[in-house]
Write a protein that binds this ligand. Structure first.
Ligand code: NAD
Ligand code: TYD
Length: 339
């Protein structure tokens, strides 16, 4: 099998490539990535010389380039991780989210149609369901929950999901969609909550918690997400959506306190800053469908996963210090200086 994995130089895509290389060593992976600010070639250095792996620097919106690659590689399946992925950036500049997340998805699926009705998997998010109230812990997102987005990011991902289902119905493209909750683990870009708080803690810098920090996210270790996508790819029913999440809801403030405790830093570093516009209150996945149909269950408990993740950041300072010394400085200034 040859898989085209888009966005493989980012957080989840790179972890997926590592997982697939060890789970299916005979399969070939072609990673297509534009290398935006979020993509890092250094992340892929352990597979760069692997004969079953190829890296191609390409924009998923570049129709000519994408078609040429499909013609050359004749992939059996495409797994689309490539996206603009940060909600705060989407609030500042929505248009690139619409381009990459919606137009890019359509270019990839057109290529799948033209080059032989190729199997297509869309990596989506629970954020397409909007949010749940804090006072209704009995409510969870199922695959039947209506799409009801809050941010330009989630709207662009929802637009892509609708397009994927339309390509199934209109052209008969063999598609699946997975909608996962928040991931954490190695190679997570330090603009996101967990790596940002770990790195700020290590520098004794303020820990910027939006609002009261009572918002709830449903955290899943990235490898568990990768395993779930592999299962959907191998055994999922065509045209179906699968929610992925491990019933691990936590308030932001509790995550930040835990990181302080693990790193022996004082909670006085915590600084409450102006809330995110349109901030979703709670995400919570009901994973019954993927469990019943495909037998998926998360394997990493949060208390272990977060320790492993902190240990990874402690031992990979070379990876993140290069990131935070560059353009990230300007980003941090714009986002947090007057907050
Ligand atoms: P990320 O921002 O870490 O990585 C995105 C990757 O896509 C980068 O390597 C970037 O260079 C590449 N990319 C961006 N625009 C591109 C383009 N036009 N053409 C080719 N490559 C491009 O993102 P992530 O956190 O790894 O998320 C991966 C996917 O998973 C996204 O589709 C996201 O919506 C989805 N998702 C993420 C989470 C999460 O918690 N991080 C949860 C659920 C779903
Ligand atoms: P994030 O990692 O950006 O993921 P998402 O918005 O996709 O869930 O943020 C997770 C939660 O943490 C979210 O409720 C916003 C909050 N947050 C902060 O409080 N401070 C921060 O500096 C960041 C980046 C996020």
């Amino acid at each position: 099998m040859t898989y085209i994995v888009t966005g493989g130089a980012g957080f989840i895509g790179s972890n997926f490539i590592f997982y697939m290389r060890s789970a299916h060593p005979d399969d070939r992976i072609v990673c297509l990535d534009k290398l935006t600010y979020a993509g890092n070639l250094s992340t892929l250095k352990s597979v760069m010389d692997d004969p079953h792996f190829r890296f191609v620097k390409l924009d998923i919106c570049d129709r000519e380039g994408v078609y040429a690659l499909f013609e050359e590689e004749k992939p059996d399946a495409v797994i689309n991780f490539a996206a603009e992925s940060h909600v705060d950036r989407s609030i500042e500049n929505p248009s690139i989210f619409l381009e990459t997340n919606i137009i890019g998805t359509s270019v990839l699926m057109d290529a799948c149609r033209i080059f032989g009705n190729i199997r297509y998997h869309q990596v989506s998010t629970d954020e397409v369901y909007g949010d749940l109230p804090l006072d209704r812990p009995d409510l969870f997102f199922t695959e039947e929950t209506p799409i009801h987005t809050s941010s330009p990011y989630s709207s662009s991902k929802a637009g892509a999901d609708l397009l994927v289902l339309a390509y199934k119905r209109t052209y008969g493209l063999p598609v699946t969609i997975s909608r996962c909750s928040n991931n954490y683990g190695p190679y997570h870009f330090p603009e996101k909550l967990i790596p940002l708080m770990i790195i700020n803690c290590l520098h004794d810098k303020p820990l910027p918690v939006y609002g009261e920090g009572l918002n709830v996210r449903d955290w899943l270790y990235v490898e568990d997400h990768c395993k779930a996508i592999d299962l959907v790819l191998q055994k999922g029913r065509i045209g179906e959506v699968y929610n992925i999440g491990g019933h691990n809801e936590m308030r932001n403030i509790d995550i930040v306190r835990l990181i302080c405790a693990e790193l022996h830093k004082p909670e006085s570093l915590i600084t409450h800053v102006t809330d995110r516009k349109g901030h979703d209150m709670r995400y919570a996945i009901d994973p019954t469908k993927i469990h019943n149909e495909l037998g998926w269950l998360p394997e990493t408990k949060f208390e272990n996963g977060i320790r492993q993740t902190i240990a990874w950041y402690l031992s990979h300072e070379d990876w993140w210090s290069e990131i935070i010394s560059g353009e990230y400085q300007n980003y941090y200034q714009v986002m947090y200086a007057n907050r």
